[in-house]
Design a protein around this ligand. Structure first.
Ligand code: GDP
Length: 187
């Protein structure tokens, strides 16, 4: 692979309700850090990252677009979706409302995006319901959407699915990698 900067460029969009952690997932992916109190007015809109899909021997440049504040408009314009091959549909595992609203976001994606788009449902903030040694009693208290329920819905809708945490970094890169493998499989 000498001399090859990357083999593919893949555009991803990140969608879902406000405050589910879309910007945080993007910052975690591209910058390996987490901001507990991000400034909402400085929403990250774009980030890129090179990943290697080892079994395909391919280097892929991910170009990721966050909806950055446009959630309030509900429907996002077609130009935002143009050229996207992947979508992270994000909800917060501690917010049932955000999971319910994921249906609306999916409908929007289906209406505007390429019908072949690969979509992965991402249940973010799983760190808030993971037992830890200092807070064993609070484990799972904050979870409002079970893994099983989300997995079932994802299957019904033909979505990939993962639970992740922008805070701990768990499954963040894996979410993009899983979707990228699926996209490469369609090429
Ligand atoms: P966005 O509006 O969907 O882009 O959400 P943000 O990335 O701005 O995050 C909203 C709030 O949730 C911020 O206070 C973040 O620090 C917090 N947050 C984001 N991801 C996580 C996570 O994985 N775990 C926890 N505990 N908090 C998170």
């Amino acid at each position: 692979m000498s001399g090859v900067a990357w083999h593919y460029v893949i555009k991803f969009i990140i969608t879902g309700d406000a405050a589910v952690g879309k910007s945080s997932l993007l910052v975690r992916l591209t910058d390996q850090r987490f901001l507990a109190n991000p400034d909402p007015t400085l929403g990250v809109e774009f980030g890129s990252k090179l990943i290697t899909i080892a079994e395909e021997n391919k280097i892929v440049k991910l170009q990721c677009w966050d909806t950055a504040g446009t959630e309030s408009f509900r429907s996002i314009t077609r130009s935002y979706y143009r050229g996207a091959a992947g979508c992270l549909l994000v909800y917060d595992v501690t917010s049932r409302q955000s999971f319910t609203n994921a249906r609306t976001w999916l409908a929007d994606v289906r209406e505007h995006a390429d019908p072949h788009l690969t979509c992965i449902l991402v249940g973010n903030k799983v760190d808030l319901c993971t037992p830890s040694s200092d807070t064993p009693a609070s484990a799972n208290r904050s979870r409002e959407v079970s893994t099983e329920e989300a997995e079932l819905w994802a299957k019904e809708e033909g979505l990939l699915f993962v639970e992740a945490s922008a805070k701990s970094g768990e499954n963040v890169e894996a979410a993009f990698e899983t979707a990228t493998r699926d996209i490469l499989g369609k090429i």
